[in-house]
Design a protein around this ligand. Structure first.
Ligand code: UD1
Length: 374
């Protein structure tokens, strides 16, 4: 029996792990999965509630790394991971995405010559000032099995010299990349089918769903002010706005002295301001909305899967397919540009939606590759 250690830490990783863990359960005779939570996210709705809601096996270990600078947060994860790998001696370490938890897992596993298996490999936005871009480049560089969600991601890896779909058996010295599709599509399909049992009967329709949490914007008072101004203008047009705020963003409004803006958002009768929503709380809002405005990589894709146009609150994105297809528009963070991006999307006829992200069976492909190569 092979042992796989899966490392999660931030909200989107718990969501992605849900799809792959469901697939791995069917291989339970050949492989056991042990989940480690770094504790990067710790608010209930971004952490343990998600494990329960998405039926992810509860973590065998929580490192409780918590918040802090990138260096501090990453450093807090390393000794616990090393000790755990020494104890368990896994045959592989499964990582998701591009967070500090991903990087910590990759560093420790690679140093211990354990195969690193990376889900969501090959994404590149070219924004080297973003911690996520550094995390994904470094993680891919030390990975053995690289699971690319899109053809573009696979091409990126090929250009960087990673053999693509090779016939040899990959090893830490000879990595390989495979096109699998995106596990978030698997999840959305799976949970949408079950949504009607759980979603409240009364649902909003036609709303704009807005989120913002990247440090490049949340550290900048003019960016936060512009975001608030744009949402208030949309609400003034009569469009309801749902705004589930990441704790980082709420903290930034307070820390940067933007209480007036926060109060205007909170008091507006058409703006529904809340803390973070769980996956199953967000799904009906996403399904009912007319448009998404976000800087989240995950939400951009989830919007695309459901045919919702998305204003991408960044100047570049690692999901370039969404922009190329006409379903997304990137924007600098000033109110006029955000509103102009929205107008462009509203004015354009809705284009076709190519299946960039696969067929909803990415997790099974990842499971089969793991079983074949581990
Ligand atoms: C992290 C990921 C980002 C991902 C996001 C998903 C990195 C570098 N970034 O960003 O790629 O899109 O998760 O949400 O790993 N906080 C809380 N409670 C929590 C978690 C965070 O209050 O449970 C607050 C703290 O003030 C913390 C801040 O949010 O300092 C930032 O959290 P952190 O985990 O460092 O980064 P995210 O912005 O969540």
């Amino acid at each position: 029996m092979k042992t796989l250690v899966t490392i999660v830490g931030a909200r989107p990783q718990i969501i992605k792990a849900s799809a792959v863990s469901r697939a791995l359960v069917t291989a339970a005779g050949a492989l056991r999965e042990i989940i480690v939570h770094t504790g990067q996210h710790y608010d209930g709705k971004m952490s343990l509630d998600l494990f329960r809601e998405l039926r992810v096996p509860l973590p065998a270990l929580n490192l409780e790394a918590g918040s802090g600078s990138h260096a501090l947060q990453t450093a807090r994860m390393l000794p616990g991971l090393e000790a755990f790998f020494h104890e368990i001696r896994p045959d592989g370490v499964l990582l998701y995405g591009d967070t500090n938890s991903t990087l910590a897992g990759a560093l420790v596993a690679a140093r211990m010559h354990l195969p690193v298996l990376h889900v969501e490999a090959g994404l590149r936005s070219g924004e080297h000032n973003m911690p996520e871009e550094i995390n994904r480049v470094c993680t891919d560089r030390v990975s053995t099995l690289l699971f690319a969600p899109t053809a573009r991601a696979l091409d990126n890896l090929g250009r960087e010299g990673v053999p693509v779909h090779p016939s040899f058996l990959p090893s830490p010295e000879r990595p390989a990349a495979f096109l699998t599709g995106d596990v978030m599509l698997d999840n959305q399909r799976y949970f949408l089918e079950r949504l009607d049992e759980t979603a409240p009967a009364q649902q909003l329709q036609g709303q704009v769903l807005a989120t913002l949490h990247r440090e490049t914007v949340t550290a900048d008072p003019s960016g936060l002010r512009a975001f608030a101004r744009a949402l208030l203008d949309i609400a003034e047009e009569g469009i309801p706005v749902v705004l589930p705020l990441h704790p980082r963003t709420r903290n930034s409004f307070a820390a940067l002295g933007l209480d007036h803006e926060m109060e205007a958002l909170a008091k507006h009768p058409r703006i529904r301001l809340s803390g973070p929503l769980t996956y199953l709380e967000l799904l009906p809002v996403l399904r009912g909305c007319s448009m998404v405005m976000t800087d989240s990589g995950g939400l951009q894709k989830e919007a695309y899967f459901l045919g919702k146009p998305v204003v991408i609150l960044r100047e570049r994105t690692e999901w370039e397919e969404i922009v190329a297809s006409g379903w997304g528009v990137t924007t600098p963070i000033d109110a006029a540009s955000i509103l102009e991006a929205r107008r462009r999307l509203l004015g354009a006829p809705l284009p076709g939606r190519p299946a960039f992200f696969g067929d909803g069976h990415a997790a099974e492909k990842i499971r089969d590759l793991i079983l074949e190569y581990l």
